[in-house]
Design a protein around this ligand. Structure first.
Ligand SMILES: C[S@@+](CC[C@H](N)C(=O)[O-])C[C@H]1O[C@@H](n2cnc3c(N)ncnc32)[C@H](O)[C@@H]1O
Length: 312
């Protein structure tokens, strides 16, 4: 989903060999990682993606909490998902208690040196980003936040267990490139940290991710597509506890129950989870483990599902 057409002429400047900055079609900055061979955001817009795939379905202005919400940003990167949450129109008078997880300090350092990036934020948003970069936390009237630098699999354990999140945004590189942050163990860990009326949001619609989230006790809904392109049948997944106030209202403009096609996807081998029992497996080990499990699985082949629904 985050792959960028290598023939794109939107690449702008080379910030380092491993991380290349480019301007997306909405005029905001993104980075491409040569290590993961994926870009941080869709080419159509970094800020646009954060708004459409995370901020809008979060609907924080309607959250039943009266005073504050607690947010976890998994894979902070250059901070768009959190940055857009700070837009004044979004917050009512809600206080924001925030945690971020990110392994690499360089993306934010590179972005903060870029004029386009700095100019795309209000002064308050920029103060937050500068503070996270310099001190790893920020604290200003109404906002309190701390980032835990390092592998998110370990970082999540450093957040005191009594913190329950009203919003978890999971924005790792794709499961193919970064399976360690999509393992059943990590996803279950995140689900267990969700508050009663919380939302776990990700751009991924992979069957393995949806199935794991459902098995962990969450009700899974499909984020409505953003484009009218027939192949874009969803823009991601939202997980909510059954019976939460959010589900009862069932009137979101941003998500809906899974379609028959999506339900059938969860009955194919694509739904076999990524497994990381030790919490420190390499991506190679996780892929090998899953391949072996898929081979011996009695689930339907994903190709037959594709023939029926995608290539029909
Ligand atoms: C798709 S980008 C996130 C984009 C980000 N949400 C933004 O708005 O800029 C994925 C991020 O995951 C980070 N990452 C990769 N492996 C990680 C790990 N094991 N733990 C934490 N972060 C990781 C990368 O450094 C990268 O910043």
């Amino acid at each position: 989903m985050k792959d960028l057409d290598s023939k794109s002429n939107h690449y702008k400047e080379n910030s380092s060999k491993e991380l290349i900055s480019f301007t997306t079609l909405d005029g905001t900055l993104s980075l491409r990682s040569n290590k993961y061979r994926e870009s941080f955001h869709c080419e159509t817009g970094a800020r646009k993606e954060a708004t459409e795939k995370f901020l809008n379905p979060a609907e924080i202005s309607q959250h039943p909490n009266k005073e504050s919400i607690t947010v976890l940003d998994v894979c902070f990167g250059i901070g768009y998902n959190t940055g857009v949450l700070l837009e004044p129109s979004q917050r009512r008078d809600l206080q924001l208690k925030w945690w971020g997880l990110e392994i690499d300090k360089r993306p934010l350092q590179i972005a903060l040196k870029n004029k386009t990036y700095r100019e795309s934020w209000s002064s308050r948003e920029l103060r937050m980003l500068d503070s996270i970069n310099s001190y790893g936390y920020w604290n200003e009237k109404g906002f309190e936040g701390e980032i835990i630098w390092g592998d998110a699999r370990k970082g999540i354990k450093e957040i005191p267990i009594n913190n329950r999140f009203d919003l978890i945004m999971l924005d790792a590189f794709s499961p193919v490139k970064c399976p360690e942050l999509w393992s059943a163990e990590f996803l279950v860990n995140l689900s267990q940290r969700l508050a009663k009326n919380g939302r776990l949001i990700t751009y991924s619609s992979a069957a393995s991710i949806r199935k794991t989230l459902r098995d962990s006790g969450l009700e899974i809904m499909s984020l409505l597509p953003i484009t009218t392109n027939k192949q874009d049948w969803t823009s991601g997944t939202i997980g909510i506890f059954p019976g939460s106030e959010q589900i009862k209202s069932n009137s979101s403009h941003y998500f809906r129950p899974l379609t028959i096609m999506e339900e059938e996807h969860l009955k194919t081998r694509a739904s076999v989870p990524y497994r990381d029992p030790s919490g420190n497996s390499t991506s190679y080990e996780i892929h090998k483990r899953r391949e072996a499990e898929q081979k011996s699985s009695s689930l339907k082949s994903t190709n037959s599902w594709k023939k029926k629904w995608i290539n029909a």
